[in-house]
Design a protein around this ligand. Structure first.
Ligand SMILES: NC(=O)c1ccc[n+]([C@@H]2O[C@H](COP(=O)([O-])OP(=O)(O)OC[C@H]3O[C@@H](n4cnc5c(N)ncnc54)[C@H](O)[C@@H]3O)[C@@H](O)[C@H]2O)c1
Length: 273
């Protein structure tokens, strides 16, 4: 149900690859709530994925960019302001990739060049986005910027590998930049820590099916879906959350505060018998 929560707002959504992507759902919901948006993804993702389909459906221009390239990001922010007709009210960073995970390198056998790439794509790109936006004074006062994180930033999940380090850095950047951008320009910056979700990036995590099922059984409300994550992003982009900044917001059905659940005890007990 649409409530015009983003009526008249302008946004940039990074990371919609296909209709499983969390960014895809956020883009659809943002337009449904009255926003005008641009979409961005890597040139190869735009060529190989279905981002164009989404762009046509939502009447959203696509600006290809490698999020590790400051020059590319400068174009995304300047063109978006030009195409949407003013300063940007909200931005979603929905980007993650680890070559170490892709190549099955264990955490105690990381390739350091690959680690640099993981950190650059999955975390430092967020800093680059924020710095470019601030230098261009591209974000409207009261604007809201979000990145998507995962609880492996706080706790060890063995299959998550160097992405855990990337998520810790991502959340730290939200706090450090959130302080500066909040004081100087009234812009809020937060991360949403989402449940395991069956997307292209999610499926790359070692043992994802079991992790997904475990988290679902641990969470009193069950795992949060990509659609539900989109709803939360919309609230965070709206004027209903004007004083929320520098936070890591768990969107996980309660998972982060559970030690053990009855469902898990039942499974454990059955295995012991
Ligand atoms: N799926 C999950 O279980 C889960 C859980 C918590 C957080 N997240 C986070 O949500 C975000 C979105 O992931 P998703 O699950 O929707 O998967 P996804 O694969 O649909 O999205 C990842 C996106 O990152 C983009 N990307 C990769 N390298 C890039 C680069 N150099 N420049 C610009 N874009 C680049 C990809 O093209 C893709 O669109 C990621 O930050 C991910 O870590 C996912």
């Amino acid at each position: 149900m649409a409530n015009n929560l983003l009526l008249g707002k302008r946004g940039i959504i990074f990371g919609a690859l296909n209709d499983k992507s969390i960014a895809w759902k956020v883009a659809e919901r943002a337009v449904e709530e009255g926003a005008k948006i641009t979409l961005s993804n890597t040139p190869i993702a735009v060529r190989m994925g279905t981002t164009n389909e989404l762009g046509e459906k939502l009447n959203a221009p696509i600006i290809p960019a490698d999020a590790t390239s400051v020059e590319d990001l400068e174009i995304v922010f300047s063109k978006s302001q030009e195409l949407l007709g003013g300063k940007i009210d909200f931005v979603l960073h929905s980007i993650g990739m680890s070559p170490n995970v892709r190549k099955n390198k264990p955490y105690d056998g990381l390739d350091y060049k690959m680690l640099n790439t993981t950190l650059d794509i999955s975390a430092i790109s967020f800093h680059k986005m924020l710095q470019v936006a601030k230098q261009q004074d591209a974000i409207a006062n009261g604007g809201s910027i979000l990145a998507l994180s995962y609880i492996a930033a706080q706790r060890t999940f063995c299959g998550y590998n160097d992405m855990a380090d990337a998520k810790s850095l991502l959340e730290s950047i939200a706090r450090s930049f959130g302080y500066i951008y909040g004081r100087e320009k009234g812009v809020r910056i937060n991360t949403i820590s989402q449940s395991p979700t069956m997307t292209t990036a999610g499926s790359g995590v070692t043992g994802m099916t079991k992790l997904f099922d475990f988290a679902d059984k641990m969470s009193p409300l069950g795992n949060a879906s990509a659609d539900e994550c989109a709803d939360y992003c919309i609230v965070m982009f709206s004027d209903l959350t004007k004083k929320v900044t520098m936070q890591n917001l768990y969107h996980d059905g309660g998972y982060s505060n559970v030690g053990i659940s009855e469902d898990i005890i039942d499974i454990y007990t059955k295995n012991m018998e």
